[in-house]
Design a protein around this ligand. Structure first.
Ligand code: BJW
Ligand code: ZN
Length: 278
């Protein structure tokens, strides 16, 4: 990564009236949460056809419930152990400086919130929330709730019930309507939460700079977000270790790990005289 590229991006951020970030699994990689795709990714160990959608998981549950439990345990433990890295922290500081207006994330971890961001739009849901399958009510489980689920995975074995019913046992009933709770995560072939998706589109269409950090840009409709921003005239800054389908619309590309890059970028921004650069 060249210092002068970072300088360009810092100048862009200082010029921007409304900067927004769009993030994917790569931003949390340096926090110890594996990405989905690529070597060592979640899908390497747990293929998406069997673990990335509810039908696949229900089938896997019938033939190999232990494997489904391993999957849930791995995902929850990574979530519980992770701490924000310099990229999450830099976004939090940029928000505090009123440079960054919001973060649109595909991630289901809570590292943006822990990193100090308050306006986080979670278009693929959140691992620490349960959602009622009947009325849509949300319940925050928090770290403690997730730890209890990890513990109960060992206890609730051998029950001959369907996957969704078993999940209902794990997550409890809806306090509003008594319906069955499920994780508030968007699996493949499921609709995105309408509120979050509308907000994300509005933010994309009204920003003048978008930081696109650590996403492969192949999952739709999420991957439309940078295109919407581009069409509305925003500068696109891509920070990724690899080239992605979003690279071709990037005004600036910084190839490197998100934590290290964002850490340097924020230090540079802090070290410069804002007015001189603005
Ligand atoms: C670093 C780094 C470092 C690494 N620093 N960078 C064509 C065929 C079949 C299906 C479809 C199709 N077109 C569209 C679809 C549907 C599907 C889709 O897009 N599929 C494509 C993959 C082909 N989309 C959906 O199903 C969506 N729903 C939908 O369309 O509904 C329509 C509908 C609904 C109802 C009725 C009728 C219609 C929903 C998508 C939900 C995605 N859910 C997941 C989680 C699954 C659950 C689970 O098991 O947890 O969300 S999938 C997964 O991908 C996760 C992520 O949010 C999402 C995006 O991934 P992300 O964040 O980009 O991560 P990676 O791993 O892909 O990339 C990491 C990047 O970081 C890489 O670029 C690295 O280089 C980089 N990196 N380390 C910087 N340190
Ligand atoms: Zn309900």
């Amino acid at each position: 990564m060249e210092e002068k590229d970072l300088e360009q991006v810092v100048r862009g951020l200082l010029r921007a009236k409304k900067a927004v970030a769009f993030t994917g699994a790569g931003i949390s990689a340096e926090s110890g949460i594996p990405t989905f795709r690529g070597e060592g990714g979640v899908w390497d160990k747990y293929p998406p056809s069997r673990f990335g959608n509810l039908l696949g998981l229900s089938w896997e549950w019938l033939v190999n419930p232990g494997r489904v439990k391993d999957f849930i345990k791995d995902v929850l433990e990574a979530f519980l152990q992770a701490q924000p890295n310099p990229a999450h922290l830099a976004l939090g500081r940029l928000e505090a400086l009123r440079i960054l207006k919001s973060v649109i994330t595909q991630n289901i971890d809570n590292l943006h919130e822990k990193g100090g961001c308050h306006k986080v739009i979670k278009i693929h849901g959140s691992l620490d929330r349960a959602r009622c399958s009947r009325c849509g009510a949300l319940r925050l489980m928090g770290d403690q709730g997730l730890r209890e689920i990890v513990q109960s995975l060992g206890i609730r074995k051998g029950r001959r019930v369907g996957f969704l019913k078993w999940l209902g046992y794990l997550l409890g009933e809806c306090e509003s309507c008594g319906g069955r709770m499920r994780p508030d995560i968007v699996f493949f072939y499921e609709a995105l939460p309408m509120d979050a998706w509308s907000q994300a589109m509005a933010e994309a269409q009204s920003c003048d700079l978008m930081l696109v950090i650590g996403t492969s840009g192949i999952v739709y409709p999420a991957a439309q977000i940078p295109f919407l921003a581009k069409r509305a005239g925003a500068e696109i800054v891509e920070i990724n270790q690899e080239v992605s389908p979003l690279s071709r619309i990037a005004t600036y590309r910084i190839e490197g790990p998100a934590g290290e890059t964002m850490g340097k970028l924020f230090s540079l921004l802090e070290s410069k005289n804002f007015r001189e650069w603005g």
